[in-house]
Ligand binder design. Structure first.
Ligand code: PEP
Ligand code: MN
Length: 267
């Protein structure tokens, strides 16, 4: 079979630079923030808390892919503005999801990195379009995607010229339904061995349960992940979306300290 651009054989391991935060280098990266951007006030308080903890990149959804059309769909452009304002106060880069081709330009006005969500991993027109840009991308694994399908989705972006791709394992749908998804950490080990893109893990969507998010985050780091993306909030129970899996600032702070200890072990 032909070598893919993503294969280790095709070149050096790639380190993705998001406003001087390096993903895929020696330091593990922590990306965190609420599932959805809710208001300027809340977003500023969250950002300040995250900055104090040592978080590297701020996340927050403005365009939200919700299972029910009757659920909160995100503040959209207003959400992007809030996210950017809050991030500028604490001087952190921002990642947010782009759901639709038509929103790419407006999202790029406010974001430093874009996220392609699980539901859009198979959206090949979106992948190609993002591939034409010179912007860092988090490509989440489709909830029913095999490792191969996910790798090819990354290849779609790379073969258009954009190599700034960070893979994100966020759990897959299995027969197990106690947890929201089954966090497949096998994929992390395989990606680190065979492919040259960094991989981060999202234990929030991967478990759906805030009480096990920190442990699974640490397990992901032990498996070799280059970083974590975690949903957090100053008041997790009050989060408008995904409150059940959102962790507090205190819990994130403990997780961060443990992550640094694991990093120092150089596993
Ligand atoms: C999210 O990050 O808020 C999200 C919707 O994630 P996923 O696409 O993995 O479901
Ligand atoms: Mn979410």
């Amino acid at each position: 079979m032909k070598n893919l651009l993503i294969d280790k054989k095709s070149g050096e391991n790639l380190i993705i630079n998001v406003k001087d935060v390096l993903i895929g280098g020696p330091d593990k990266v922590l990306i965190s923030g609420p599932c959805s951007v809710e208001s300027l006030d809340i977003m500023i308080n969250i950002s300040k808390g995250l900055k104090d903890i040592g978080v590297n990149i701020l996340r927050g959804g403005a365009f939200k892919p919700r299972t029910s059309p009757y659920d909160f769909q995100g503040l959209q452009i207003e959400g992007l503005k809030i996210l950017k304002t809050a991030a500028s106060i604490v001087n952190l880069p921002v990642v947010t999801e782009v759901m639709d081709l038509r929103d790419i330009d407006v999202v790029l006005k406010y974001a430093d990195m874009i996220q392609i969500g699980s539901r859009n991993m198979y959206n090949y027109s979106l992948l190609k379009e993002v591939g034409k840009l010179n912007v860092p991308v988090i490509l989440k694994r489709g909830m029913s995607a095999t490792l191969k399908e996910w790798v090819y989705a990354a290849e779609y972006i790379m073969c258009e010229g954009n190599y700034n791709v960070v893979l994100c394992e966020r759990g897959i749908r299995t027969f197990e339904n106690y947890t929201r998804n089954t966090l497949d950490l096998n994929s992390v080990c395989v990606i680190k061995q065979k492919y040259r893109l960094p991989v981060i893990v999202d234990p929030s969507h991967g478990t759906g349960l805030s009480e096990i998010v920190p442990q699974m985050g640490l397990a992901a780091i032990a498996a070799g992940a280059d970083g974590l993306i975690i949903e957090s909030h100053i008041n997790p129970e009050k989060s408008i979306s995904d409150s059940r899996q959102t962790i507090s600032m205190e819990s994130l702070s403990t997780l961060y300290k443990r992550l640094k200890i694991l990093q120092s072990l150089n596993l």
